[in-house]
Design a protein around this ligand. Structure first.
Ligand code: URP
Ligand code: ZN
Ligand code: ZN
Length: 482
C-alpha cells in the first residue's frame, strides 16, 4: 500500500507564520509529510503546483446558511449550495449559526440546525449559537452543556427586535462565556437610536433602500461597540466585535486593544468594496437595486474603506469573514418578501459573499501589497481556526493537519460575474469588480472539491466539527473580578 494517497509537488506554501517550498504528502485526508524531493511509490496520484501559492483552505467564520427567518423571507442557500459556493472560492470550512428564537430552547435550535445540515455539506462545518433568549435555564444549564459538547462560540445581538438582548442580558451571557471559556461574537449597533431614526425617516416618506444607511450612521455602531467593550472589561472576558464597518467602531476597538483588553475585530468584504452609494443614489423613490446591498452595519464611504484596509494591515482585525446572508433580489422569499414597495426597514439584511471573499482579498489585498501572504492566511484561515477552537486540525499546513488546501492562480484578468458563481442567489454585490487571483484547486481533507473551474464536491463529504475551547492567548484574569 502506498505511503500517500496524493502528493502535491513543488508547492510554494504560505502559513500564517512562514513561507516555504515543499512537496506535501497526503494520506487518509491528512497531511503526513512535508519535504523537498518527497519519494512516493509509483502510481501515487500527483499534482504539480509549480509556480503557484499553496495555502490552507479558507475558513469562513461568519456566514448564514438555511437559517430560519420569521419575516416571510427564506435564505437562498442551504448547506448544499452554500458549501458548494464556498468550495469554489477556496473555502474548506464554514461556521454558520444555529439561531435560537425567543421562547425556544437552545438545544432545540441546535438539533433543528443539525437536521438542516445533515448529508448536504461538501466541506466541513461547525455551528456558532445565536443566543436570543438567555433564560436562567439557558444560562445555567443549556449553554454550559453545549459548550462542553463543542459549541464553543455564540453570537449576541444588540439590535433587531427578534434577537436583541438588553444590557443586563448581554452581561449575563458574557459571564457564562467567562466561566466556561467560550467566545462571544457581538453585533454592535444601538437599537433605540436605529428605531428613532427609522421612525423619523419613514414619517418623512423616506422609504427607499438608501435610507437604510441613514438609519444606522456610524455613531450607532460606535456607541454599541464602546458599550460592548465596557461590558467585556467589566466581566473580564474576550469578545469579538463582528462585521465592523468603518472608522468610528475601529477607533473603539483600537483603543481597547491599546489598553490591554482582549477585544478582537472582524470585518468583511462589503466594507472594503461597497459604499452607501450602492444602496441607491438621490431619488427618494428609487427601489431599483439598492436592496441588494442592504446589510447591517451598512457600507460607509471611500474614506472608511481605506480605514478598514488600514485596520487589516495594522492588526486591529484578526478575522475576515463573508457574513454571507443569501437573499435573492427577485422572487417572493428574498429582499422583497414584504412586498415590492417594502420600505428599507422591511428588507432582509445581508449580502452574499462566500465564494468571493478570498479572491477579493487576495487580489486587492495581497497582490496590491496592502497585506502580505501570511497576513492573508492568518485573517482568512488560521486566526479563525484559533478563535473557534479548530486549530491545528484546521487553518495550517502542518504534519497532522487536515489536508484542506488551496492552490492559487494569480495574474488572472477576470471580473466577478454572478453567472460564474455557485450560490443560489440571483446577484452578487461585487458584480464587475476585477480579480486577478482565484483558486484553481480546492481540497477538502484530501478530496478535490473544485478544480479548473469545475465543482467536484459531494454532498455528505463535509463533517460536523466539535470545537475545542478557543486558543487565542488568554490570560485568565487581569484583575480581581468576582
Ligand atoms: O446585514 C447583515 N449583516 N445580515 C446578516 C445578519 C447579521 O447580523 O450578521
Ligand atoms: Zn450581525
Ligand atoms: Zn451575520
Amino acid at each position: 500500500m502506498s505511503e500517500f494517497d496524493l502528493v502535491i509537488r513543488n508547492a510554494h506554501c504560505a502559513t500564517a507564520a512562514d513561507v516555504f517550498d515543499a512537496d506535501i504528502g497526503i494520506k487518509d485526508g491528512r497531511i503526513v509529510a512535508l519535504a523537498q524531493g518527497l519519494k512516493s511509490a509509483e502510481g501515487t496520484e500527483e499534482i504539480d503546483a509549480a509556480g503557484r501559492w499553496v495555502l490552507p483552505g479558507g475558513i469562513d467564520g461568519h456566514c448564514h446558511l438555511d437559517q430560519p427567518m420569521n419575516d416571510g423571507s427564506k435564505m437562498a442557500d442551504d448547506f448544499l449550495s452554500g458549501t458548494r459556493s464556498a468550495a469554489c472560492g477556496g473555502t474548506t470550512t464554514v461556521l454558520p449559526f444555529a439561531c435560537q428564537f425567543k421562547g425556544q430552547s437552545l438545544r432545540d435550535a441546535v438539533e433543528d440546525y443539525h437536521r438542516r445540515a445533515k448529508g448536504k455539506a461538501s466541506i466541513d462545518y461547525t455551528f456558532h449559537l445565536i443566543v436570543s433568549d438567555p433564560t436562567p435555564d439557558v444560562l445555567n444549564r443549556e449553554l454550559p452543556e453545549l459548550i462542553k459538547e463543542g459549541y464553543t462560540s455564540f453570537k449576541i445581538y444588540m439590535t433587531y427586535d427578534d434577537l436583541k438582548l438588553n444590557d443586563r442580558e448581554v452581561i449575563d451571557v458574557l459571564a457564562v462565556a467567562r466561566d466556561h471559556g467560550a467566545m462571544v461574537m457581538v453585533h454592535a449597533e444601538n437599537t433605540d437610536c436605529i428605531a428613532w431614526l427609522t421612525e423619523r425617516l419613514l414619517k418623512a416618506g423616506h422609504t427607499a433602500p438608501r435610507f437604510h444607511a441613514q438609519s444606522r450612521p456610524m455613531l450607532v455602531e460606535r456607541e454599541a461597540t464602546h458599550r460592548a467593550i465596557s461590558f467585556a472589561e467589566l466581566v473580564d472576558v474576550p469578545i469579538l466585535i463582528v462585521h465592523v464597518s468603518g472608522r468610528e467602531a475601529i477607533e473603539q476597538i483600537r483603543w481597547a486593544q491599546g489598553n490591554g483588553l482582549r477585544i478582537y475585530g472582524e470585518t468583511c468584504p462589503q466594507y472594503l468594496f461597497l459604499t452607501a452609494d450602492d444602496l441607491g443614489l438621490d431619488d427618494e423613490h428609487d427601489h431599483s437595486h439598492g436592496a441588494k446591498c442592504i446589510c447591517s452595519p451598512p457600507p460607509r464611504d471611500k474614506a472608511n474603506q481605506q480605514v478598514v484596509w488600514d485596520g487589516l494591515e495594522s492588526g486591529v482585525f484578526q478575522v475576515f469573514s463573508s457574513d454571507h446572508a443569501p437573499f435573492t433580489f427577485e422572487g417572493p422569499e428574498g429582499k422583497y418578501a414584504a412586498g415590492a414597495d417594502a420600505s428599507f426597514d422591511k428588507i432582509p439584511n445581508g449580502v452574499p459573499g462566500l465564494e468571493t471573499r478570498l479572491p477579493l482579498l487576495f487580489s486587492h489585498g495581497v497582490l496590491t501589497g496592502r497585506i502580505d501572504i501570511c497576513q492573508f492566511v492568518a485573517l482568512t484561515s488560521t486566526n479563525v481556526a484559533k478563535m473557534y477552537g479548530l486549530y491545528p486540525k484546521k487553518g495550517s499546513i502542518a504534519i497532522g493537519a487536515d489536508a484542506d488546501l488551496t492552490i492559487w492562480d494569480t495574474g488572472l484578468d477576470r471580473v466577478i460575474r454572478n453567472a460564474d458563481l455557485h450560490h443560489n442567489v440571483d446577484y452578487t454585490p461585487y458584480e464587475g469588480i476585477p480579480v486577478s487571483a482565484w483558486p484553481t484547486l480546492t481540497l477538502s481533507r484530501g478530496k478535490t472539491v473544485w478544480a479548473n473551474g469545475q465543482y467536484h464536491g459531494q454532498a455528505g463529504h463535509g463533517q460536523f466539527l466539535h470545537c475545542e475551547l478557543p486558543t487565542p492567548a488568554r490570560p485568565k484574569s487581569r484583575g480581581q473580578k468576582p
